[in-house]
Design a protein around this ligand. Structure first.
Ligand SMILES: [Fe+2]
Length: 462
């Protein structure tokens, strides 16, 4: 009897042992982001367990010699799923000089990451660099991952902008899909700053996975912020404040709108030094995909024009003469002619020289489970080029007056399927007088069904 009891205790003990979760204080999901100033580089990483030690980044300009240390701060993140999984997010800020390569690793006495490196840009504002921009990248059918990982480490671009929709979703399976996604971006984002904005797929649990996993400058929730890089002022905005206003109210819309106007006014005061203004956000203002309610319906209308008492974004973009908008959400590539208020400016020999209105690009084709968005049979009048290939955009910033946009196709082994120069004369910024001197094509609003379901996300797959 005693032997039997002993055997039973042993079996129960072994069962308990094998069901225990392995402990991990090992740094993972290492990714860089730009700080508030050009002299800062922020690194964020995660451990599955509490390290109970001082976390830090060690870094320096000589291979394997870490001359500098910056202590990190740790946030305990409890996932909103049924598992209430706890993760530990660590953040540290490096102080860096221009025009250098830095080597670094992150961790603590409980464990260190691999060594990574990154380059800082030269000093000054009239400098050249490359930005990689895409949206809608998942861990199922994440087609662009391989090329992005390889090219990030080859130095093919200096900055990544992911315009929303990650992992599909970061929050899935108690955040383990987020773990997988963040591990897969490490070969990109540990080498190149990875800047983000939220899409509709980040909304779960009030965006908490998105808020906790990333670190954007001057922002507690990573929803809207701006930064300067050489001759470009970048502005990240949330379209999800509009998309989910029925759930979270309109205060975030108003707060962002006030901030945006202040930010763009300041940017315009500094336009001699930083002449280009590029905005990025998730949902498009214009597109011509076959689910045309999204492109031309009330949802986009609200973001573009607002409704009485709720400001939209297009007039503000116009007032402050922004140059660009990059968007995702539609799983395709579409480059627009300069367009404002449904007036299309494509009647001159080179509409992209001294463009009289913003140039918008949908680049949401990096790859996810819901495949391509498809297009309407006929392009919309504002649509200049469109493609269903998987891929991403590369914007080469040359200087104060010249930029070059390329669309890279994963389907065609990295071939460039669209390219164009975007140029403007020094100190040229559009305004109504300039615009009125040009020919344009006005596209009247279509009549639409009164029965349109407003902001219905129930079948949302984008
Ligand atoms: Fe989306």
């Amino acid at each position: 009897m005693e032997k039997l009891l002993g055997l039973l205790i042993l079996v129960v003990y072994n069962c308990l042992q094998t069901s225990a979760r392995p402990q991990s204080r090992q740094p993972e999901q290492v990714h860089l982001s730009l700080g508030v100033k050009p002299s800062q580089m922020v690194v964020t990483w995660l451990t599955q367990d509490d390290v109970n030690a001082t976390v830090m980044v060690e870094y320096g300009t000589q291979l394997g010699q870490y001359q500098y240390q910056a202590l990190g701060q740790t946030t305990v993140f409890v996932d909103g799923g049924a598992g209430q999984t706890v993760r530990y997010i660590h953040r540290a800020k490096m102080v860096v000089a221009p025009g250098q390569r830095y080597f670094y690793h992150v961790g603590s006495n409980a464990g260190w990451s691999n060594m990574f490196y990154f380059n800082t840009l030269p000093a000054g504002t009239n400098i050249s660099y490359k930005v990689c921009i895409f949206g809608d990248l998942g861990i199922v059918n994440g087609v662009s991952f391989g090329r992005l990982q390889r090219d990030a480490q080859r130095g093919a671009f200096d900055l990544v902008i992911h315009v929303g929709d990650f992992a599909y979703d970061l929050s899935a399976e108690n955040g383990t899909w987020g773990d997988q996604f963040m591990r897969q971006i490490e070969p990109i984002a540990a080498y190149v700053p990875y800047m983000v904005v939220a899409g509709n797929h980040e909304e779960t649990y009030n965006y908490s996975n998105y808020v906790n996993l990333f670190t954007m400058p001057n922002s507690s929730d990573n929803q809207y912020y701006s930064f300067d890089m050489g001759p470009v002022h970048f502005v990240a905005l949330s379209t999800e404040y509009y998309g989910f206003f029925y759930k979270y109210g309109l205060t975030p819309v108003f707060n962002q709108f006030k901030w945006l106007n202040d930010d763009l006014a300041k940017a315009n005061q500094n336009r001699d030094n930083v002449p280009w203004i590029l905005t990025y956000m998730h949902r498009p203002l214009y597109c011509s995909n076959e689910n045309s309610e999204e492109c031309m319906g009330l949802d986009n209308d609200l973001i573009r024009n607002g409704v009485p008492g709720v400001p939209g974004l297009e007039d503000t973009f116009n007032t402050h003469a922004i140059d660009f908008g990059f968007w995702g959400h539609e799983h395709s590539y579409e480059r627009m002619w300069p367009v404002y208020n449904r007036n299309v400016y494509n009647q001159s020999a080179d509409p992209y020289h001294n463009a009289p209105a913003p140039i918008y690009v949908v680049t949401g084709s990096a790859g996810c489970y819901s495949l391509h968005a498809g297009f309407d049979q006929d392009p919309a009048p504002w649509s200049a080029v469109r493609a269903l290939d998987y891929g991403y955009s590369i914007l080469t910033v040359y200087n104060y007056t010249h930029l070059y946009l390329q669309q890279i196709s994963d389907d065609k082994n990295g071939a460039v399927i669209d390219s164009l120069w975007i140029t403007k004369d020094r100190n040229h910024y559009y305004n109504a007088v300039y615009r009125n001197s040009l020919r344009s094509v006005h596209i009247p609003k279509p009549k639409r069904s009164e029965n349109h379901v407003f902001m219905d996300d129930s079948n949302e797959i984008h």
